[in-house]
Design a protein around this ligand. Structure first.
Ligand code: AHM
Ligand code: MG
Length: 335
């Protein structure tokens, strides 16, 4: 039994204290994110009560209709990060261009953030889990507001990444490159408490997560892999169980806890799939690797891909190492 509750703030401060030169900027930045997440969580929980469901009648850069909660979450994270002063630019799924903080105070910020403020938002009306995905880089440019150059860095340069899952309970899971830790929000006091220390993919895994409705359009290697998942072999726990929510954060989180692979392949029509490299694939890849797993676009390690544009998409496969490697084998066989 755990006698002492460790809060997210205590945990971050303790970790940062291990770096003698740290000035507390990352601590403050993560706290800003946690604070915004709590406010977004409050709105999500009230979604059925207040007139916040439905659309605001405009489209985001991907041509998707924005939901009110998408807009709210985006505004909330931007406001918190701008006000906090540690961040000099943000790339968000909801904004076409980099949001550069020009004001005197925020110009001092050493970090830039790529964020999907409300991922899986098509699930909101159905009361299904949704999430926020964030990633933090040190700026490259030296002064002024942050720029596109600061955001287009490979995942290997990540300082921290995490997600918040707004589910049956709300959790914040993050890594700074020294393992993955999960914190559950105690709604009665509004504090994230360490509930899942040192998260790792389990040794045994038997879940595969993919939108099988797109099967006909998948590359042959993926089709063959899916058939492999469905074959019977007790030594490898097959047939695997199929689980797909349609919210990346929720699908990944379940697979991390229970053991499973997530697939979002490219198709002939959309060779790069659907998921966005910068603020969906890379942060999840960092967490996956830190939890003993792997993340790939089928042939390349996601963390090594140098992004070329803010909203670039990528095929995405992530899960326990051996599962992703097995999938890659099938992909390579088909050339
Ligand atoms: P969104 O950022 O517009 O919400 O889209 C991303 C979501 C992911 O959470 C999820 O993995 C995927 O879209 C599901 O797509 P599909 O409905 O094609 O299976
Ligand atoms: Mg998204």
């Amino acid at each position: 039994m755990r006698y002492k509750i460790k809060t997210l703030t205590e945990f971050i401060i303790e970790r940062q204290a291990q770096y003698p030169h740290a000035k507390g900027a990352l601590t403050r930045l993560l706290n800003d994110i946690a604070t915004a997440a709590k406010i977004v969580n409050r709105e999500i929980n009230a979604a059925g009560l207040v007139d916040i469901l439905g659309t605001v009648g405009r489209e985001n850069i991907q041509g998707e209709t924005q939901k009110k909660l998408d807009v709210f979450a985006n505004d909330m994270f931007i406001t918190a990060l701008k006000g906090g002063g540690e961040c000099c630019a943000i790339a968000s799924e909801e904004n076409e261009k980099v949001i550069s903080f020009q004001n005197e105070f925020s110009e001092l910020g050493k970090y830039v953030i790529a964020i999907d403020p409300l991922d899986g938002s098509s699930n909101i009306e159905a009361n299904v889990s949704i999430g926020t995905i964030f990633s933090i880089y040190r700026r490259i440019t030296e002064a002024g507001g942050g720029t596109l150059e600061d955001l287009l860095q490979p995942g290997l340069n990540l300082v921290a990444a995490g997600y918040i899952i707004y589910g049956s309970s709300t959790m914040l899971v993050y890594t700074t490159g020294k393992g993955v830790n999960g914190f559950t929000l105690d709604p009665s006091v509004g504090i994230f408490c360490l509930s899942h220390p040192e998260m790792r993919f389990p040794e045994t895994a038997s879940i595969y997560s993919v939108n099988e409705g797109n099967y006909i359009h998948f590359p042959q290697g993926v089709k063959n892999y899916i058939k492999y998942c469905q074959e019977e072999e007790s030594a490898t726990l097959r047939p695997f169980t199929s689980r797909y929510i349609g919210s990346l954060v929720a699908d990944f989180h379940r697979n991390l806890i229970k053991g499973g692979i997530f697939l979002y392949p490219g198709t002939a029509k959309n060779p790069n799939g659907k998921l966005r490299l910068l603020y969906e694939c890379k942060p999840i890849a960092y967490i996956a690797e830190q939890a003993g797993g792997k993340a790939s676009d089928g042939s390349r390690r996601i963390m090594e891909i140098m992004p070329e544009s803010l909203h670039q998409r990528s095929p995405f496969y992530t899960g326990p190492k051996w599962m992703v490697e097995k999938l890659e084998e099938f992909l390579h066989r088909e050339g």
